[in-house]
Design a protein around this ligand. Structure first.
Ligand code: ZN
Length: 180
């Protein structure tokens, strides 16, 4: 329960204006939300919440780092997390209906009678979106201490074999040509 409350903002008690919240979700948080290929998380989330009458403006700034798997060699690599996301939360009488109709993913509705805002799903989603698309060792890291040299060697050997095979096929083709 205490854990859950960490990500719940009791906004009713907040004065109008900007309020800052800082979160450092850990591996357990991400595992519970269903994260895959995301370890040793050291994620930092700075949330600025601007409270207004009838709506709130949320800005999530994601930082920190986490380990993911290199797409090329399969070894863990540490990636920097960096991105920024905004959400507009509006207080309405019929939030379910409004959320169903809303097409803008950056707009969310809650009931006017609501007193707490759970930001855990947004934090999860936004941190996941902050992982770079290309998850590969950089050219400098390749073959470095973090890269899986065995797999790289095998990849290289396979590539070499493929080239040899292609070359042989060309020669065979030429031989055939000569025979004719
Ligand atoms: Zn690699």
């Amino acid at each position: 329960m205490a854990k859950r409350r960490t990500f719940e903002i009791a906004f009713v008690g907040l004065k109008p204006g900007i309020h800052e919240f800082n979160y450092e979700p850990d591996d357990k948080f991400f595992a519970e939300k269903g994260a895959q290929d995301f370890n040793n998380a050291d994620a930092k989330v700075k949330l600025s919440l601007e409270k207004n009458t009838g709506f709130m403006f949320l800005k999530f700034e994601i930082g920190g780092k986490a380990d993911v798997t290199c797409d090329r060699c399969g070894n863990p690599i540490t990636m920097d997390l960096w991105d920024e996301f905004k959400m507009l939360v509006k207080m309405v009488d019929n939030p379910e209906e409004m959320n169903e109709q809303e097409e803008d993913p950056d707009v969310f509705y809650i009931s006017r009678t609501e007193s707490h805002l759970d930001v855990s799903n947004w934090i999860y989603e936004f941190v996941m979106l902050s992982v770079p698309m290309q998850k590969m060792c950089s050219p400098e890291q390749m073959g470095g201490p973090q890269c899986n040299k065995e797999v790289l060697e095998k990849l290289k050997a396979m590539e070499a074999k493929q080239i040899e095979h292609n070359a042989n096929a060309i020669w065979k083709g030429l031989d055939k040509f000569k025979e004719n």
